[in-house]
Design a protein around this ligand. Structure first.
Ligand code: IPD
Length: 267
């Protein structure tokens, strides 16, 4: 049974989802402001974050906050914080591509303990709590059981403008594409991880990623029986800015390939 915290997170995600679905239908009317090369913040992102913050704050007023649009906000309880991306896949959203999600994680003493990734356009609600497994629309999900790279599909992402990560990612692709069934770049990291958790993808990696994009998805993969690490294995994948995830059988081989190009230590 879902905990009270998870129920609060699900309620907030559904409420923000309704607002985003409404805006998605009128995407051409959105007022777009450019944040950086190809990185947009829309009225929809901000409204979704406002809705989520209001719901979570009303239920747990003393928890801290880290959100893509509104930044960091320490709460009275220093051990707990929400990590939120109100719209992961903003560029897809703006182009009318129905592949974007709301991502909400609860961190306790530096560890993710509850997670929601909600694909509102497809009404797929991915949830997990530490020690209780991972679910999609209340059905248990598990990572794939594929053992061979050649029959497996992987996903990756490239941050807007490349942020210096493009050469390494292109080298990864050159190595992986001939030895796998394919590599996808669908533009929503939270869903990339949710798809690894549900066995749709067999693995995912990204160089140059933010905590709010991956915090919830990391717990989904772990609770679905997969492995998630930072590309620099000793670092925390939530905050290190790079990640490699996969089913338990393929992870060692897959991670070794990605680690042929190690990430520089974070300053
Ligand atoms: C982006 C998406 C994309 C990933 C980028 C992220 P946003 O998040 O998750 O898949 O490759 O690194 O910034 O900006 O759409 O929330």
């Amino acid at each position: 049974m879902a905990s009270a915290n998870l129920n609060v997170m699900i309620k907030a995600a559904r409420k923000a989802g309704r607002s985003l679905v409404k805006d998605f239908r009128e995407v051409e009317n959105l007022q777009v402001s450019v944040k950086g090369a190809g990185d947009f913040v829309t009225r929809a992102d901000r409204e979704a974050e406002r809705v989520i913050k209001e719901e979570l704050r009303a239920a747990r007023p003393n928890y801290g906050w880290l959100g893509e649009e509104t930044g960091e906000d320490a709460g009275e309880d220093p051990t707990r914080r929400w990590i939120v991306d109100p719209l992961d896949g903003t560029t897809n959203f703006l182009h009318g591509l129905p592949h974007w999600a709301i991502s909400i994680a609860l961190e306790h003493k530096g560890e993710i303990v509850a997670a929601v990734v909600y694909d509102a356009a497809k009404d797929e609600m991915f949830t997990a709590e530490k020690g209780d497994g991972a679910f999609m629309n209340n059905q248990r999900i598990r990572v794939s059981g594929r053992r061979q790279m050649i029959e497996s599909i992987f996903a990756t992402g490239v941050p807007f403008g490349g942020r210096g990560t493009l050469p390494a990612t292109l080298a990864d692709l050159a190595r992986l594409m001939p030895m796998t069934a394919g590599v996808r770049r669908w533009g929503a990291a939270a869903l990339d991880l949710a798809y690894v958790a549900s066995g749709r993808y067999d693995g995912y990696w990204e160089r140059g990623i933010n905590a709010w994009d991956v915090a919830a998805g990391i717990l989904l993969v772990k609770e679905a029986g997969g492995f998630v690490e930072s590309i620099r294995s000793e670092e925390n994948p939530v905050t290190s800015g790079n990640i490699v995830a996969g089913n338990a059988l393929l992870f060692p081989q897959f991670a070794e390939i990605i680690r042929e190009r190690p990430e520089p230590r974070k300053a």
